[in-house]
Design a protein around this ligand. Structure first.
Ligand code: ADP
Ligand code: MG
Length: 664
């Protein structure tokens, strides 16, 4: 089995990790960052951009740039609350009531899973480059409190990215794995995970490599974004009072407000007061209008009282379910960027009085845990055992619309549970099995996971036929339901995906489309890279020619100069004609010609008996190679040509390297 990477697919940021020689580590993306913004966009030229690049166009291209998509994954339109719809892009319901995201530039609608799939693809692409191997399997984490449809939809997103999900792992459980996988002592741990869009809480007992999740709870619609929104509303309300303009109605202003709010929020984690400045945010009758204000931490905290209250409830529920008291908890692991807020840390301290563990990085710990789980699945890590639970109760709708729970929340998984049901009317020939997930008494107050019908029941008085319904939850927390008529042995079983945003046909169609596109995308990208590299080389060659003729005169190294000029012209021609096959050859020729020219120049300098001038020349040419722009305005060398100052060692060393390159 190949390697299985671990992916923390966050609302705001995503991270990918892998196990290397038994130790988990995080892989930096192509831009060099260890976290990748979960943002997807299409540029004005309809080109797909993901991560930092997409994040950068949030303000300028708000309709075609999609963030916070995780809030929509696996949810129906009418399950969304208003705050989730507060996004600068357009979301709507399709005929089946599924959430669809509209992208004007590509003139297409996307399922949230499809766009999130692009984030997974980027993480995988970058990791493949880093590891120099193909990756086709991953462990993907989800909030513990995700229901069955949200899990199913996450799996679909990975499928669309061409990745097989080996395990869906709960984020807090992953965090606990990362925290405890190399500890031998036994402890009771509380994981408190507040990210950008979701809140999770889990209580675990860790003992000699065995991880027992005792209880889990949370809120999949509560996170750092809601804290940003408080500041956005505060700013926008004040502005509206003063100027009678609601900034939230303009996509671009809304995006600028959101960014300023998030920045202020983050600064207030470190300082007590922060300025907020948004020049030219709108235009009034008398010209441009600006926001220029200061937010105090105290005031911010007072704006967020209700959010802090909402954090408390799930903790209480989880503690109640675990049967533990707060003072029985030995360790607290804080996960997610939002746990950096002092008011959140204060809250945790008031619940559990032990200081939080400092041994984990809140941004990376989930991906690290997922990588550890990947290692457990491949067998590279042994003696670790993970016993997770199902976060929400599962049941059937019975007479009167009541929810009959078959598997209560916090039951260890995998689990199989069966019960026998009967008909409610005489001679009823079929029964409808209606599956729900949630904690409310009335089935319809919970989340419907799907329904199916078992037919062919022989005529009998009511209450006589015996239909056995069995629920199976696998280690991913995914559900399968079957119903058997005990008299006839007739069986009907379904894997539940009623709540998933996309049906199987749609998923398959998109996978095929993506495969075709991936090839052409790769080709397109390769040709863009090829042209960019050629352009860089052209600029380098031109500068080199200019420098050489300045230093040695136009005929100082005539043969070599001419060779560069000729191949330079070839490269430019092929670039212009878009002839990529010939371009490759011309680029190699130009590289060779430049090499020849450099060699000649170095030889020329060796003859030069003024050592300082020689070094200076060498340094000058080296500088050109190192920086493709005219980068150094102040050449430190020019200021102190005769001193052996701090730079001289460096330059001597570089000179050696330079000479060796050409003479060995
Ligand atoms: P997710 O798991 O949802 O992707 P992260 O764990 O990456 O989220 O956390 C992102 C959230 O953390 C964002 O709302 C961000 O504003 C918030 N955040 C990051 N740093 C800080 C900070 N210093 N203070 C307050 N909030 C922060
Ligand atoms: Mg997270």
């Amino acid at each position: 089995m190949g390697r299985i990477v671990g992916i923390d697919l966050g609302t705001t940021n995503s991270v990918i990790g892998v196990l290397e020689a038994g130790r988990p580590f995080v892989i930096a993306n192509a831009e060099g960052s260890r976290t990748t913004p979960s943002v997807i966009g299409y540029t004005k030229g309809s080109e797909l951009v993901v991560g930092q690049q997409a994040r950068r166009q949030l303000v300028l291209n708000p309709r075609n740039t999609f963030s916070n998509l995780k809030r929509f994954v696996g949810r129906f339109w009418d399950e969304l609350d208003e705050s989730s719809l507060n996004v600068p892009y357009t979301v709507r319901a399709n005929d089946q009531g599924c959430v669809r995201v509209t992208c004007p530039i590509t003139e297409r609608e996307y399922a949230p899973e499809e766009l999130i799939g692009s984030v997974i693809r980027k993480l995988i692409d970058d990791a493949e480059k880093h590891l120099d191997e193909n990756i086709d399997s991953a462990v993907i984490t989800v909030p513990a409190y995700f229901n069955d449809s949200q899990r199913q939809a996450t799996k679909d997103a990975a499928l669309l990215a061409g990745i097989k999900v080996q395990r869906i792992l709960n984020e807090p459980t992953a965090a606990a794995l990362a925290y405890g996988f190399d500890k031998s002592s036994s402890s009771r741990v509380l994981v408190f995970d507040l990210g950008g869009g979701t809140f999770d809480i889990s209580l675990l007992r860790i003992s000699n490599g065995v991880f027992d999740v005792k209880a889990t709870s949370g809120d999949t619609q509560l996170g750092g974004n809601d804290f940003d929104q408080k500041i956005v509303d505060w700013l926008a309300d004040n502005f509206e009072k003063e100027h009678d303009i609601d900034l939230r109605r303009d996509r671009q202003s809304l995006q600028r407000l959101s960014e300023a709010a998030e920045k202020a929020k983050q600064e207030l984690s470190g300082i007590n007061s922060t300025p907020i400045s948004l020049p030219f945010i709108a235009t009034g009758p008398n010209g441009p209008l600006h926001i220029e204000t200061t937010l105090e931490r105290k005031h911010f905290e007072s704006l967020c009282k209700d959010l802090i209250d909402r954090l408390l409830k799930p903790v209480e529920i989880a503690l109640g379910d675990s049967g533990w008291t707060a003072d029985e908890i030995n360790d607290v692991v804080l996960v997610g960027g939002s746990t950096r807020m002092p008011m959140v840390q204060q809250l945790v301290k008031t619940i559990v009085p032990v200081p939080p563990s400092q041994s984990v990085n809140p941004d990376e710990v989930v991906a690290i845990g997922a990588a550890v789980q990947g290692g457990i699945l491949t067998g590279e890590l042994r003696d670790l055992l993970l016993n997770d639970v199902t976060p929400l109760s599962l049941g059937l709708e019975t007479v009167g619309g009541l929810m009959k729970v078959l598997i209560p929340r916090n039951t260890p998984i995998p689990v199989r549970q069966a019960d026998v049901f009967s008909t409610s009317q005489a001679n009823q020939s079929s029964v409808e099995i209606n599956v729900w997930q949630g904690e409310r008494q009335l089935a319809s107050d919970n989340k419907s996971l799907g329904r199916f019908r078992l037919s062919g029941i022989p005529p009998a008085p009511r209450g006589v036929p015996q239909v056995q319904v069995a629920f199976d939850i696998d280690a991913n927390g995914l559900l399968q339901v079957s119903a058997t008529d005990r008299t006839t042995g007739r069986k009907q079983s379904v894997s539940i995906n009623g709540g998933s945003n996309m049906n199987e046909d749609e998923v398959n169609k998109l996978i095929n489309e993506a495969k075709e596109k991936a090839d052409s995308d790769r080709r397109k990208r390769a040709s863009i890279d090829q042209k960019n590299n050629a352009l860089t080389l052209v600029a380098q060659a031109e500068r080199r020619l200019r420098d050489v003729s300045l230093e040695f005169g136009p005929y100082g190294a005539e043969r070599q100069q001419r060779a560069v000029e000729v191949s330079l012209r070839d490269v430019q021609d092929f670039l212009e004609n878009d002839d990529l096959a010939e371009l490759d050859i011309a680029v190699s020729a130009l590289q060779e010609a430049l090499f020849g020219l450099n060699r000649r120049v170095s030889a020329e300098k060796r003859i030069d008996n003024n050592p300082i001038q020689g070094i200076k020349n060498t340094f000058g040419s080296l500088k050109d190679e190192l920086f493709s722009d005219d980068y150094w305005d102040d050449d430190p060398w020019d200021y102190q040509p005769n001193s052996r100052g701090a730079n001289s060692d460096y330059i001597d060393r570089e000179k050696d390297r330079w000479d060796n390159d050409f003479y060995n």
